[in-house]
Design a protein around this ligand. Structure first.
Ligand code: PLP
Length: 443
C-alpha cells in the first residue's frame, strides 16, 4: 500500500458504507478528491485528475461554476426550506416553466423528485394513476428491458434489467413486469452512432402484448441510451418502432432520460435528438449539473389534464423535498449556463471529434468494441476468462493513477465528459486509456 496523504490518513474509513462500491477494496486503496474545477478534480494528494465521466454522468456544466455556487448560497440565505404540500415558493414554479420550455412539444408539466430513482418510481405510479383516472385501471403491467438501468427503488429495480442489481431482491420485486431483449448485438461492433442492425428487436413488444393483452399494460420504459449498463446505443429505427407499437395499443412510453437529458446528446433531451415523442420523461443529474440532488418527471399535457377533472388531490404522491429551494436555485442557474454558453450546441459540435477519438482505440490490446452517441462513449474489452469485469476495473485503476477518471461498467469503460470539454480534454481522456491499454496491457 502506498503512503497516505494527510487527509486520507486523518479519516476513519470504517463507518461509511459506500454505495455500489467494493468497500474493502476501496478502503485498502482509497481515491479521495478534495476539490474540483471545470474539467478536473484535485485529489487529497494534490494530483489533478480529468473528470471523464462528468463524475457520475451529472456535471454537464463542469465543476465549481461560480454562478451555480452563488445561486445556492443566495437561496440558502433567503429561504432555506419550504415544502410543496399545500404551500409554495417561487423556485419550483420558475424551474418547471424553464424545463417546460426545453421539453419536447406538448410536454409541459413537471413533477419534482430528489433523484433519478425517485423520478422513475414516480413515472411508474403516474402511469398507473393516469390509466385508472381514465377508467382503464386494468392497465397495471410494465415492460422494461434487459440491461436498462432505472435506479434502485423497488419499481426501478423491477423494471430495470441489470441482473446483479436484481438478484438479491428477486423474490420481492414488483409482479407484472416483462422485459424486452437488450439491443446489444455483436454484429453492430464498432458502429459509429446508432447501429444499423436491430430495429426488429422492438417487435418483441408485440409478442408480450399478445400474451398479456394491451388492456393490462400501463407502460413501456426504456433508457434511450442504456448508459449505466455499458453504453448501449439504440439501433436505428428501434425506438421509433417501440413508439409506434405503444401508440397503437394505448400503452404509455416512458423515456428514462436521467443520463441522456440536459444536452448529453446535443439537444435538451434524447427525445428531440432522436425525433421520438415519449409520453413521460424522467430526468435528474444534469438538471443541476450534479450540485444539489434533483430529479423529476415531465408529462405530456394530456396526462396532466386527465387528472385535472375532479376536485381534491389529483395525484397521491410526492416527496417532502419535491421542489426544494436549494435544488431549484441550482437548477435555474444551471439551465441559464447551458443556454448562455450554448453547451448543448457545443456538445453536438464536439461529437465528431469524440467519436473519432474513441474509435481510434480499435485495434489496441483487448478492445472488442467501441461505441458512441452524443458525448457518451465506451470501449469494450474482452473479458478475462472466469473474471468478468476484472480487466476493465484494472484499466480504470491505472487510468486514475495516470490522472484520468472513467467508469468501468462490466468489461466496458464508459466516457461521458462535461459538455464544456474541448478537443484537448478528449485527447487527454482517450489518449490515457490508449496508453494504459498499449504500454501496460492488463493480462
Ligand atoms: N435512471 C437512469 C437511466 C440512470 O442512469 C440512473 C442513474 O445513473 C437512475 C435512473 C437513477 O438515478 P439516481 O442515482 O439519481 O437515483
Amino acid at each position: 500500500m502506498t503512503a497516505r496523504d494527510p487527509v486520507t490518513s486523518s479519516l476513519n474509513l470504517r463507518h461509511y458504507w459506500m454505495p455500489f462500491t467494493d468497500n474493502r477494496r476501496f478502503k485498502e486503496k482509497p481515491r479521495l478528491v478534495a476539490s474540483a474545477r471545470d474539467m478536473y478534480f484535485i485529489t487529497t494528494e494534490g494530483r489533478r485528475v480529468l473528470d471523464g465521466l462528468a463524475t457520475l454522468w451529472c456535471v454537464n456544466a463542469g465543476h465549481g461554476r461560480p454562478r451555480i455556487i452563488e445561486a445556492i448560497r443566495r437561496q440558502a440565505g433567503e429561504l432555506d426550506f419550504a415544502a410543496s404540500f399545500n404551500l409554495g415558493h417561487e423556485g419550483p414554479f420558475r424551474l418547471a416553466e424553464r424545463i417546460a420550455g426545453l421539453a419536447p412539444a406538448g410536454m409541459r408539466q413537471v413533477f419534482f423528485t430528489n433523484s433519478g430513482s425517485e423520478a422513475v418510481d414516480t413515472a411508474l405510479k403516474m402511469a398507473l394513476a393516469y390509466h385508472r383516472v381514465r377508467g382503464e385501471g386494468t392497465r397495471t403491467r410494465f415492460i422494461g428491458r434487459e440491461r436498462s438501468y432505472h435506479g434502485v427503488n423497488i419499481g426501478g429495480t423491477s423494471v430495470g434489467g441489470v441482473g446483479a442489481n436484481r438478484k438479491a431482491y428477486a423474490g420481492a420485486l414488483m409482479p407484472g413486469v416483462n422485459h424486452l431483449r437488450h439491443t446489444h448485438l455483436p454484429e453492430n461492433a464498432f458502429s459509429k452512432g446508432q447501429p444499423a442492425q436491430g430495429a426488429n428487436l422492438a417487435d418483441e413488444l408485440e409478442r408480450v402484448i399478445a400474451l398479456h393483452d394491451a388492456a393490462n399494460i400501463a407502460a413501456v420504459i426504456v433508457d434511450p441510451v442504456a448508459a449505466s449498463a455499458g453504453v448501449l446505443i439504440p439501433p436505428k429505427g428501434y425506438l421509433e418502432r417501440l413508439r409506434e407499437i405503444c401508440s397503437r395499443h394505448g400503452i404509455l412510453l416512458i423515456f428514462d432520460e436521467v443520463i441522456t437529458g440536459w444536452g448529453r446528446l446535443g439537444a435538451p433531451f434524447a427525445a428531440q435528438r432522436l425525433g421520438i415523442a415519449p409520453d413521460l420523461i424522467t430526468f435528474a443529474k444534469g438538471v443541476t449539473s450534479g450540485t444539489v440532488p434533483l430529479g423529476g418527471v415531465i408529462a405530456r399535457d394530456e396526462i396532466y389534464e386527465a387528472f385535472a377533472g375532479g376536485r381534491g388531490i389529483e395525484f397521491f404522491h410526492g416527496y417532502t423535498y419535491s421542489g426544494h429551494p436549494l435544488a431549484c436555485a441550482a437548477g435555474l442557474a444551471t439551465l441559464e449556463i447551458y443556454e448562455e454558453e450554448n453547451l448543448f450546441g457545443k456538445a453536438l459540435a464536439l461529437e465528431g471529434y469524440f467519436e473519432s477519438a474513441i474509435h481510434a482505440l480499435q485495434g489496441l490490446p483487448h478492445v472488442v468494441d467501441c461505441r458512441n452517441l452524443g458525448l457518451i462513449g465506451a470501449v469494450e474489452l474482452e473479458p478475462r476468462p472466469g473474471e468478468p469485469g476484472a480487466r476493465a476495473y484494472e484499466v480504470f485503476e491505472q487510468c486514475w493513477e495516470r490522472g484520468v477518471f472513467v467508469r468501468p461498467v462490466g468489461d466496458a469503460l464508459a466516457f461521458c465528459p462535461p459538455l464544456i470539454a474541448q478537443p484537448m480534454h478528449v485527447d487527454e481522456l482517450v489518449g490515457t486509456v490508449a496508453d494504459v491499454l498499449r504500454s501496460n496491457p492488463p493480462s
